[in-house]
Design a protein around this ligand. Structure first.
Ligand code: ZN
Length: 188
């Protein structure tokens, strides 16, 4: 049996994070392996969501587990519609680690997508799940959460990231055994 692998997560200095993912067209064993590795990686990083471009794979796909007891879900080819309401939430991102910024986005959204078998679903989501759908779908389009923040907050976040990764590091490997930090929040 194949062991699942924790994959390196690309950081903000990697240009792959600014590219658009291609649609998933093959729902095959290779996709299953990618899903398994992304789930392993997301849990090792203690994230609530992880999009394929964050591990350097330019596909419109993400996995998530918002800790509601429903376990992990796979979303391929997400299409968002029917935005409603407004909600300000402090977002963080596994590819922009260490910065948390308040971002106002629609509170509710409908996500139409295919699962890992290619079956189509439509989910109406609000609050955290709606936020995950928007954040991860943005990754599939090369958009970062700080792009959605107020200009001054975006500038401050990017300045902090450039300072943190001044050595040019463009990826990090999550360690599932690292101790949990105080007030650690799930990033996306
Ligand atoms: Zn992210």
């Amino acid at each position: 049996m194949r062991d699942m692998a924790v994959l390196p997560i690309r950081l903000f200095g990697d240009p792959v994070l600014r590219e658009k993912g291609r649609p998933v067209t093959e729902f095959d064993a290779a996709l299953d392996r990618l899903v398994e590795d992304m789930v392993e990686t997301m849990y090792a990083a203690r994230g609530a969501g992880l999009a394929a471009p964050q591990v350097g794979v330019l596909k419109r796909m993400f996995v998530y587990d918002i800790g509601d007891g429903e376990g992990v879900h796979v979303v391929c080819n997400p299409e968002l519609s029917d935005y409603a309401g407004e909600w300000t939430y402090e977002e963080g991102c596994l590819s922009l680690p260490g910065v948390y910024v308040e971002v106002e986005r629609p509170m509710e959204v409908t996500c139409r997508f295919q699962d890992e078998r290619g079956d189509t679903h439509e989910v109406r989501a609000e609050e955290l799940l709606g936020r995950v759908f928007q954040h991860e779908t943005d990754h599939c389009d090369g958009i970062w959460f700080v792009d959605r923040a107020e200009k001054s907050k975006r500038r401050a976040a990017l300045r902090e990231l450039r300072r943190r990764f001044a050595d040019g590091t463009t990826q990090w490997l999550p360690d599932p055994d690292r101790p949990r930090a105080d007030h650690e929040e799930a990033a996306l």
